[in-house]
Structures are given as C-alpha cells and as structure tokens.
Write a protein that binds this ligand. Structure first.
Ligand code: NI
Length: 185
C-alpha cells in the first residue's frame, strides 16, 4: 500500500525516532508499505518519519543505480535501530535530494565511509562498513531518524534563498508525481 510522504515543514520530520522491538505493531506491513511508497516515488531510500512513524527504521534499495556504481549492486536493506558508530575520510560534496523536499537539490558535505550497527528485518544484529554512494544514502536516511533534513546541513545564507520554495512545499504548492501530505495544506 502506497502511503503519503510527509512534506517539509511537518514536525514529525524534526523528531528523533524511537527505538522499536520486534513486537512493534504492524512492523512487517509497515516495511512492505514503505517499499511500495519508495518505489512509487522512484526513491532509493525512505525513513519511517517520512511516512509519519517516528521510529528508528529506514529502508534502502539502491539497485537501480548499480549500473553506474558497482558498489550499489544488491544494496537493498532494512535498517532497524541503527547506530552510526563512526564516519571517516575526507568530506565530499554530493548533490542530494529528498522525497520530502521535492524540486530542491543541494550539495551536501559528508564523510565517505561509515560503520553502522543495526538490526536487519529479522532482528539479527549486524555491523557493517559502507563507502561512497552507499554510505551517502545511509547518512541521509540516518539523518531522518535523528530529525535532521539536508536543509539543516546547508549554510544559513543559502537556506534563506530557499525559504520561499520550502514554504511552498509545506503549503503543497509544488509539482510532484507521488502521493504526499503537506503540513500547511
Ligand atoms: Ni530524505
């Protein structure tokens, strides 16, 4: 089932997600619905707060980009209660977008390598290292469960220039071809 994606400006996107356990009500259906929602919007990652669930869960399927980046081949995962243990390397810029902020892309600076601990969909504890685009997608989705958006990572001057566009997104004055819920509409 495709869920509406929560747009910029909704307080749920600014909250820190809560940890869950395997008995979290409707977890399996939520994960399935998040996949339907992400694929419908042509996204490669989606975090639970973006579908109005303030919990520590995000999904990634970057396999559509495997042709361009071999590292992304087979990178389809569910991350539950993740903790980024460390990030390393020299920061690099990448032009990021976000399904909650349609029509805006900004260069965001992040470290290229992450070590992450998380539970998979069967609640097996994992610790893995990711680099490059895989790390980048993880960092973006991880930010969501910490209540952080990429707009929180751009400089204040640049943010001020985007303010009008962001307000329009919150009001629903934006062209988007997937289902969304706008906080000021
Ligand atoms: Ni996002």
């Amino acid at each position: 089932m495709i869920l509406p994606i929560i747009a910029y400006g909704d307080p749920v996107l600014k909250k820190t997600g809560k940890e869950i356990d395997r008995d979290y009500p409707g977890l399996e259906k939520l994960i399935a619905d998040m996949h339907d929602t992400m694929y419908d919007a042509n996204g490669v990652g989606l975090a639970a707060p973006q579908v109005n669930e303030s919990i520590r869960l995000f999904i990634i399927d970057a396999t559509p980009y495997a042709d361009e980046d071999k590292e992304l081949d087979g990178f389809k995962k569910v991350f539950i209660n993740p903790i980024i243990l460390h990030e390393e390397g020299r920061e690099w810029d990448f032009n990021e977008g976000c399904l909650s902020i349609p029509g805006i892309r900004e260069d965001i600076r992040r470290k290229p390598k992450v070590t992450i601990e998380y539970y998979d969909k069967d609640f097996n504890l994992k610790e893995e290292v990711y680099e490059g685009m895989a790390a980048r997608i993880i960092q973006h989705e991880y930010d969501h469960i910490e209540g952080v958006l990429f707009t929180d990572r751009i400089n204040p001057l640049r943010l001020r220039l985007l303010n009008g566009k962001l307000k329009n997104i919150a009001k629903g004055n934006v062209d988007v071809d997937y289902k969304m819920k706008f906080p000021l509409k």
